[in-house]
Design a protein around this ligand. Structure first.
Ligand SMILES: Nc1ncnc2c1ncn2[C@@H]1O[C@H](COP(=O)(O)OP(=O)(O)OP(=O)(O)O)[C@@H](O)[C@H]1O
Length: 573
């Protein structure tokens, strides 16, 4: 049923990571294979690799209990993972829901827990006594979990006690909200959990997120009270028979999965096995988890094409971005020439980047100077490309940029631009709109405060083909239409680079990643990211020279005006 449904939806063949992981997670290997850690490239299909076997093993459950828990770092990923689960549970009767910090807790409590009652005269007497004591001696603090139960108990029919049951079989959640429910939702527990999936695990095991793991682990080890035991466990406990040990299958995944066992110890994995899937062929390499200094390594999608653009000291970075967008990425514009722009060919850049003796990675080439313009344009005519361009591009040679007022013609490009912070994402969007008013309706901004689902929907559907975002959008976001990722600000780490550029070139599609780097960032970028041992890639990173010419540009005047206005706005705050 699931397979034929998936085929109808276009999922015809299993991807490599799915071929490697699904068999290990199927119910028949449940007791022979321990917990699984998965490392596979971005966009390689890790989500279905755990959702399918989880659904397969839970589909015969006829009483709804919380059996499957999927933890991801952001609310966007919660809704994405939920869609994947719903795709696989169609017409199965399994109940799926989500828990994210943006909804009121009480609203979610109603969605997750059903309040009922059970006939239990002894329990009734006990709870009534307790309620009386609380009324007599209790304080006026916020009601805790037990207080809620007592409040419910006093409203019960004589001889009855409140009973709380799960309304969901599979819950997809963020760690913070999960902890809130564990601490304050009466009846919410992990007593029946069979699957714990931690996606984007290296992020979720970061120190900043760490405390949620301890809370979850302590709930997994909790002794289930007698009146909440399953019928089978009640019988076993009456016979003084040891209960069967609880066995929660843990699946831990990331495109940048750590091999450092010390970071995983908090998860108390059982006979952990690391599955590393590289490339697109179903080749499973089972590695062992290692010591802290073993060094992590990551693989980029083979369909990703990477470029790096030097931007001098960074003072004119928005102008470089604009030229890059106009001439290399969005294309399709037309109109009266107003500003002269020189773009060196990819060919030149390929030669530069592939030369092992190139020491100018952190160079201080002044790309805004007139001399470098002419140098760039002359070299662009003399070198042939050594790397085919994966996406249709415009003429690379010296050309005119479009009239600033020209409307952008329809484009199939979908461009995700990363900045280092939410604030700089907002600032950059503002600058781009001022610099090129015709782009204004095409630019979206994804910040913590913006309505992310509406913004992402507009980006997904192409109504807004340019999205400026902070690293919040770098993890797991699956928008197949993204053709380009631009690192406007260099990422903070190699790991962050891998996740950012992984928003394109997903599921075997072609994609381009462009990184703008300042002089002071060049050494790190080329040393660690572009040529570092930690990153496995099919090709090389090509260096591309984008030259912003100063003379005769209305853009520069607008740029300076926009900077002034921004400065004033910041001062006024
Ligand atoms: N067997 C398949 N056939 C076709 N498409 C697939 C298949 N499996 C997954 N996909 C699609 O591939 C895309 C990427 O999958 P997914 O989001 O699971 O990647 P991922 O490995 O989790 O990436 P990331 O590490 O960035 O989170 C999704 O759009 C998904 O629908």
């Amino acid at each position: 049923m699931t397979v034929s449904h998936l085929e109808k939806k276009g999922y015809r063949d299993a991807f490599a990571v799915q071929s490697a992981v699904i068999p290990l997670l199927l119910p028949k290997f449940r007791n022979t294979v321990g917990d699984i850690c998965v490392s596979a490239a971005t966009g390689s299909g890790k989500t279905l690799a755990y959702v399918l076997p989880m659904v397969e093993s839970l589909k015969h459950s006829w009483i709804t209990k919380l059996r499957g828990l999927i933890v991801v770092p952001t609310r966007e990923l919660v809704s994405q993972a939920r869609k994947a689960v719903e795709l696989c549970t169609t017409k199965m009767g399994l109940k799926v829901d989500t828990a994210v910090g943006t909804r009121p807790l009480s609203y979610e409590q109603d969605l997750l827990i059903r309040k009922g009652r059970r006939f239990d005269p002894q329990g009734y007497d006990r709870l009534q006594q307790q309620a009386k004591r609380n009324i007599l001696f209790g304080g006026d603090e916020e009601p805790g979990e037990d207080d809620v139960m007592l409040q419910d108990a006093v409203r019960m029919l004589p001889g009855h006690v409140p009973e709380y049951t799960s309304k969901v079989d599979i819950l997809v959640c963020t760690p913070g909200r999960l902890v809130e429910h564990l601490q304050s939702t009466t009846g919410f527990n992990l007593d029946n959990l069979e699957w714990l999936v931690i996606d984007e695990a290296d992020r979720l095991l970061d120190q900043s997120f760490q405390q949620w793991v301890d809370t979850v682990m302590s709930h997994l080890q909790r002794e289930v009270p007698y009146d909440q035991m399953s019928a089978k466990d009640k019988v076993l406990s009456r016979l003084w028979h040891p209960k069967e040990p609880r066995c929660v299958k843990k699946v831990v995944l990331s495109a940048t999965m750590t091999r450092d066992i010390s970071k995983l110890t908090a998860l108390k994995l059982r006979r952990p096995r690391l599955v590393v899937v590289e490339g697109t062929e179903p080749r499973e390499e089972t590695a062992t988890l290692g010591a802290p200094d073993d060094g992590d390594s990551f693989t980029l999608p083979s369909t990703l094409h990477e470029y790096a653009v030097p931007v001098g000291d960074g003072a004119d970075k928005p102008l470089y971005l604009l030229q890059l967008l106009q001439t290399k990425i969005l294309g399709g514009t037309s109109g009266r020439a107003q500003e002269e722009v020189n773009i060196a060919s990819d060919a030149e850049s390929s030669v530069v980047s592939s030369s092992s003796s190139d020491t100018s990675d952190s160079d201080s080439s002044d790309d805004s100077s007139a001399s470098s313009d002419s140098e760039a344009s002359s070299s662009s005519n003399s070198v042939t490309s050594s790397k085919p361009s994966p996406c249709p591009q415009r003429d690379n040679h010296t050309r005119s940029s479009p009239d600033i007022a020209t409307q952008l013609t329809p484009t199939s490009s979908r461009v995700l631009i990363f900045t280092s912070t939410n604030e700089s994402a907002t600032r950059l969007s503002h600058l781009l709109r001022t610099l090129h008013p015709a782009y204004a309706p095409l630019i979206g901004t994804l910040t913590k405060s913006s309505s992310s689902s509406a913004t992402l929907r507009r980006f997904r559907t192409g109504r807004v083909p340019l999205l400026v975002a902070s690293d919040r959008a770098s993890r797991g976001l699956d928008i197949p239409a993204i053709t380009h990722v631009i690192n406007y600000d260099v990422p903070r780490s190699v790991r962050a680079y891998v996740h950012r550029v992984g928003r394109t070139a997903r599921a075997g599609r072609e994609g381009q990643a462009w990184t703008l780097f300042e002089e002071r960032e060049g050494r790190w970028f080329w040393g660690d990211v572009a040529r570092g041992q930690a990153v496995g890639r099919a090709g090389t990173v090509s260096r591309v020279r984008v030259v912003v010419e100063e003379a005769g540009t209305g853009v520069r005047a607008r740029y300076e005006e926009a900077l002034r206005a921004l400065g004033e706005a910041v001062r006024a705050k």
